[in-house]
Design a protein around this ligand. Structure first.
Ligand SMILES: NC(=O)c1ccc[n+]([C@@H]2O[C@H](COP(=O)([O-])OP(=O)(O)OC[C@H]3O[C@@H](n4cnc5c(N)ncnc54)[C@H](O)[C@@H]3O)[C@@H](O)[C@H]2O)c1
Length: 315
């Protein structure tokens, strides 16, 4: 019986997406290349699920049920025999993803949807070697995927738009907040907006208008507190077109319209300062605790989710 969601790739994202699928009562097959990788994946999946329980988002019984619904496999034929839906989460590499899609397309009946969790590649390119590109879409879950509701569904050049609507319904029933992106362009939807924010945040530091700490404080203690319930376009309607258009005419000429990365990045790179992974970037990470920051971020996400009553699938 084809009753399982196949999560292809058991890294950070594959493990978290498996939890979402299992919590929505789907049997899940978590596929990867080796037993060794899959062993690690099981502890990661259990960690994610235990977190959700500790946060009080799900009961211990529900978490136990979800754990039982997830099994691992490195036998692609056996896995494909049970699959009703695939979400691919292998390395962000076009050749690897193309090969995975070619193989899955060959092994699965034409009506089984094959989705990619790619952050930056075009699904139209990933599906280039498939015979049935109409059943392919991007389904971009955001990190940490077991907590963040957003999933961007991107329609490729040859995807069936009806499938995007069907996937939106399915992911909504999983308790996610899917959005449909009608064209397969770089940055999907949310990353286009995030990059515009980062471009101006970096620009403000570059021109000496404010310090990195003050840029981050301005966002964290200002607009970000409104965003979970107050989108920028709701903001425009609340303020009024007359005022917004006048503000845009005043402010837009002053802010960055750069179409390539800031030279500030070259300066960091020349010094070997890659950010947290080398200990220094905009901040000196010997003086700041990344683990504590991640915990604070996740705690806040959970607090916000509880307040706004998102993820209707939770119990
Ligand atoms: N990490 C993030 O913040 C994030 C957020 C959103 C989307 N994504 C996207 O999700 C995808 C996965 O990212 P990740 O961070 O989970 O990566 P990861 O490196 O943690 O995991 C990738 C997994 O894929 C497996 N894999 C690689 N090639 C394979 C193959 N041919 N067959 C089977 N398994 C294979 C690896 O063994 C590994 O377990 C990427 O496309 C990435 O861009 C990542």
């Amino acid at each position: 019986m084809r009753d399982s969601v196949l999560i292809f790739g058991s890294g950070t994202m594959g493990c978290a997406i498996s939890c979402c699928a299992a919590l929505a009562n789907n049997p899940v097959i978590l596929y990867d290349k080796s037993d060794q990788v899959l062993e690690k994946a099981v502890s990661r999946v259990h960690e994610n699920l235990n977190d959700l329980c500790n946060y009080g988002l799900y009961s211990p019984e529900k978490i136990d049920e979800a754990k039982k619904l997830i099994r691992t496999s490195n036998d692609i034929e056996e896995a494909c025999g049970k699959t009703k839906l695939v979400i691919e989460a292998v390395f962000e590499n076009l050749e690897i993803k193309q090969e995975v899609f070619r193989l899955l397309d060959e092994m699965l009946p034409a009506e089984i949807p094959i989705l990619s969790n790619t952050s930056g590649l075009r699904i139209s390119d990933i599906a280039l070697k498939t015979k049935h590109p109409e059943r392919t879409l991007t389904a971009h879950f955001w990190l940490p995927a077991h907590l963040i509701p957003l999933v961007e569904i991107v329609i490729g050049d040859k995807s069936d738009p009806k499938l995007a609507e069907e996937m939106k319904e399915i992911l909504t029933s999983w308790g996610k907040a899917p959005v449909i992106v009608n064209r397969d362009l770089p940055g999907q939807l949310a990353n286009r907006i995030l990059q515009a924010v980062i471009r101006e945040a970096v620009n403000i530091v570059e021109i000496g208008l404010a310090s990195p700490e003050d840029v981050d404080t301005a966002i964290k203690m200002g607009m970000a507190l409104r965003f979970p319930v107050w989108g920028p376009l709701e903001h425009v309607d609340a303020v009024g077109m007359d005022i917004c258009s006048s503000v845009q005419n005043t402010v837009l000429p002053e802010i960055s319209g750069r179409t390539t990365a800031s030279p500030l990045f070259d300066k960091f790179l020349k010094n070997g300062d890659m950010g947290y992974k080398t200990g220094k970037g905009f901040y000196d990470w010997s003086q700041k605790d990344m683990d504590a920051l991640v915990k604070k971020r996740n705690d806040f996400i959970v607090h916000a989710l509880k307040k706004i009553g998102s993820n209707n699938g939770r119990q």
